[in-house]
Ligand binder design. Structure first.
Ligand SMILES: *Cc1c(COP(=O)(O)O)cnc(C)c1O
Length: 405
């Protein structure tokens, strides 16, 4: 389909539509236009797209749980007993039991006093930051933080200071400059979502203590992946008790939807009273909570899933690197294949798609200008044969586009 053709200005459009069409045409001219792609199966190592079985290498379904029979069963049972929707905000219509159960299990999983479930990671970050920081406070965030953290900072009305990526020297300077603040809140991704590298949590904890600041860590890509039992990066570094607020999603390795903030009883109670994205939105659907609880059980019973995931990532990262692609060396399942130019990233994704491999081109504003990439993420369910197929497709496509020799 010719999308530019569709958006060519014509006089059947009213002024509003013409303005939108012009903005979209401008995006397309810069190779920044995005489209939805229809998928006709559950998420998994392979998905069905347009009647074709495609190798899926761009989901966050790290452990292959999104389509797992036990999650489906748990969701089905909760659906039978509790119905579909939660009815209203949990503060208004009551808190359905699967959510309370999940929260107890999450607190045990994170080794915290409490956990509070939100509708999504985006909502958890928005609500938590705006509850914890306001006028007179300073929020300090890594420049590559996830958009939901950035939006939370913007919405908080606190002063926002951005430090260079993983640069704790810079963070220290900014902390020194904000001594006048009522509260200083340090906010970071644990695993950076588009780069796969990890925050320097040990240094951040040290700075947090030195400057009497509060530390909030978004473990979205670390939960189910890193640390003992998949409890995340802070747990991996034995810093769980030093981090004041940990955010985790139920939507990535845990294969469901929703998210949580984990910390003290006081934190949970405060968020129940102050986090607007908790108060003014309907509770998470009970079937999703039940599925997430089941995912935590599988995580505990089948630790080999995490090993398979990390082995697969290492296997693919190593082979892509040897084939001549520019790969950042990380310890997580996120493998960024750096291409720089948006058109090249799109061309590479299209060439891979023709060869049966689904990887989306990641472009600005998701990543900084000039750093377009393919973000490749294997799951625990891919076999080495699958990954060899992926590799062949990469090598053929890379040669066709003269990206590798
Ligand atoms: C995906 C992601 C989120 C958002 O989580 P959802 O549950 O998908 O809304 C938040 N933070 C980070 C770092 C993420 O990668």
């Amino acid at each position: 389909m010719n999308f530019l053709g569709l958006r060519t200005l014509n006089d059947t459009m009213n002024r509003f539509e013409q303005e939108l069409a012009a903005a979209l045409a401008e995006l397309e001219g810069r190779s920044l236009l995005r489209h939805l792609r229809n998928v006709d199966s559950a998420q998994g190592a392979r998905v069905l797209i347009g009647g074709r079985s495609m190798l899926m290498l761009c989901s966050n379904n790290y452990l292959g749980l999104a389509g797992h029979p036990r999650l489906r069963d748990a969701a089905r049972h909760a659906l039978e007993r509790y119905g579909v929707g939660a009815g209203a905000s949990r503060l208004i219509a009551g808190s359905l039991d699967p959510l309370s159960r999940l929260e107890r299990r999450l607190a045990r999983f994170q080794g915290t006093e409490a956990a509070l479930v939100f509708g999504s990671g985006y909502l958890a970050n928005l609500g938590t930051i705006t509850a914890l920081a306001g006028k007179g406070d300073v929020v300090l965030g890594d420049e590559l933080n996830h958009a939901s953290l950035i939006d939370g900072c913007r919405l908080s009305r606190a002063e926002v200071r951005v430090f260079r990526h993983r640069d704790c020297g810079h963070l220290q300077v900014l902390l020194e400059q904000s001594r006048q603040a009522r509260r200083r809140l340090i906010v970071t991704d644990a695993v950076f979502s588009m780069d796969g590298d990890c925050a320097r949590l040990a240094e951040m904890v040290e700075l947090k203590h030195r400057f009497d600041a509060v530390l909030m860590v978004d473990e979205a890509h670390a939960i189910g992946v890193l640390g003992p039992g998949g409890a995340g990066l802070a747990a991996d570094l034995d810093l769980g008790q030093e981090v004041d607020v940990r955010i985790g999603t139920l939507s990535k390795a845990l294969g469901s939807y929703g998210a949580y903030a984990a910390g003290s009883h006081m934190l949970a109670e405060f968020l129940i009273n102050r986090a607007r994205s908790f108060i003014y939105t309907t509770g998470l659907a009970p079937a999703l909570a039940a599925a997430a609880e089941q995912a935590l059980a599988i995580l505990e019973e089948e630790p080999e899933r995490r090993r398979l995931l990390l082995d697969n990532a290492e296997y693919l990262r190593d082979k892509l690197g040897r084939a001549g692609f520019r790969i950042a060396p990380t310890q997580t399942p996120i493998i960024p294949v750096m291409l720089g130019d948006e058109r090249q990233a799109l061309a590479m994704a299209a060439a891979l798609f023709e060869r049966g491999v689904y990887v989306t081109a990641i472009r600005p504003p998701t990543v900084p200008p000039g750093t377009a990439r393919l973000r490749v993420t294997p799951t625990a369910e891919h076999t080495h044969a699958d990954l060899d197929e992926v590799l062949t497709a990469f090598v053929e496509s890379g040669r066709e586009l003269r990206l590798i020799g």
